[in-house]
Write a protein that binds this ligand. Structure first.
Ligand SMILES: [Zn+2]
Length: 157
């Protein structure tokens, strides 16, 4: 399996091309995917589907935290039924100008996470409803805070 030269941004060493079984042992559906891994930093990044082209920069724990933040602002768009999950991901992919099948927050680098948060915040800012009295009001998110996700597998949406 040949890969590109991908350097870990956290330590400067060259990352290793591995398959998904090493990263997500309990997600057989991801085992055929390629990842670049820096084991000492516990940092990795996924690849564009069917390629060894990285989706972004290797993510360490901090980046994975950014992905959780992106999920927290994105997921309520479909969890509250405003859009279906499929529609929401199609919308996000269009907003981020990436292919739908590459639109997985858990494969995003920090920059895509930041962009996703931005477009989702904008989405929520535009969620105006008209009350019975005819006044416009802004809907606020009403999603119970989630417990920290410890299982990496569950982060992959
Ligand atoms: Zn590293």
């Amino acid at each position: 399996m040949k890969g590109q030269r991908v350097v870990c941004p956290h330590c400067g060493e060259q990352a290793q091309l591995v398959d998904g079984s090493l990263i997500y042992p309990f997600r057989p559906d991801l085992h055929a995917r390629h990842f670049y891994l820096c084991a000492p930093c516990n940092a990795w990044v996924g690849c564009h589907s069917g390629t060894t082209k990285p989706l972004g920069v290797l993510a360490d724990a901090e980046t994975r935290q950014a992905r959780i933040q992106a999920h927290d602002v994105f997921d309520p768009i479909w969890k509250t039924g405003r859009l279906t999950r499929t529609e929401a991901y199609a919308w996000l992919a269009a907003e981020l100008r990436i292919d739908r099948e590459q639109c997985h927050i858990s494969m995003f680098g920090t920059e895509l996470c930041r962009q996703a948060v931005r477009v989702c915040e904008r989405y929520w800012a535009q969620q105006k409803v008209t009350t019975r009295s005819g006044r416009s009001t802004f809907l606020t998110r009403h999603v119970p805070p989630q417990a920290p996700r410890r299982s990496l597998g569950s982060m992959f949406a």
